[in-house]
Write a protein that binds this ligand. Structure first.
Ligand code: GRF
Length: 188
């Protein structure tokens, strides 16, 4: 199974996937890692692992559709079975979703459909829920919507900050992402 991973940030979840591939506990091929901006640690650490990397810089495009088209074409050029958003913080358009219909995987640091959007951890904390978690799902054209593949709860503890809670969620998120990819690889 070939994947292209997309990142906007540090890519620590992606690193867990890279490590699992390296130690052969996950049998997939990371064909490339792409980002929507220059200078992400996610791209840097992927290049260091010998993975092909690319940037389709959102700010280089005046038209969102043109950026979406360039991203779609770039991802298609690797002929991936799945594209994995691993902390990719841009909403992709219809063309991308059409090209990767049912094969675009997203991870989200909350129990969807609760707390979608860019601040899922902060919003759960602010609401005062006692349990949140993470979700791995097939992404459709909405914001953090689409069929759920795996989900796991994480308790909020007294004194939690957005950072402490997000770090605990990410520990679970990494395990879930790897388990999801292993399950999908078994089917390809
Ligand atoms: C993850 O919690 C992901 O769900 C969210 O951003 C975080 C990415 O972290 N969208 P990292 O870049 O893998 O460290």
């Amino acid at each position: 199974m070939r994947i292209v991973a997309l990142v906007s940030g540090t890519g620590s979840n992606l690193q867990a996937v890279i490590d699992a591939v390296a130690d052969k506990s996950l049998d997939i091929d990371i064909a490339a890692v792409g980002a929507d901006k220059h200078g992400t640690y996610g791209v840097e650490r992927s290049a260091a692992a010998g993975i092909d990397t690319f940037v389709v810089n959102f700010k280089d495009f005046t038209d969102r559709g043109d950026w979406n088209h360039a991203l779609t074409e770039k991802c298609l050029s690797y002929a991936p079975d799945y594209v994995v958003s691993s902390g990719f913080m841009r909403i992709v358009g219809e063309e991308f979703i059409g090209a990767f219909d049912g094969t675009y995987i997203n991870t989200h640091p909350a129990l969807l459909p609760s707390f979608p959007g860019a601040h899922g951890v902060r919003d759960a904390l602010a609401y005062g829920v006692k349990v949140t978690g993470c979700t791995v799902h097939i992404a459709d054209a909405g914001v953090d919507t689409g069929p759920i593949l795996m989900q796991e709860a994480v308790s909020i503890v007294p004194g939690d900050t957005e950072e402490s809670l997000h770090e605990r969620i990410k520990v679970v998120e990494r395990r879930l992402l790897i388990a999801t990819l292993a399950a999908l690889a078994a089917k390809v």
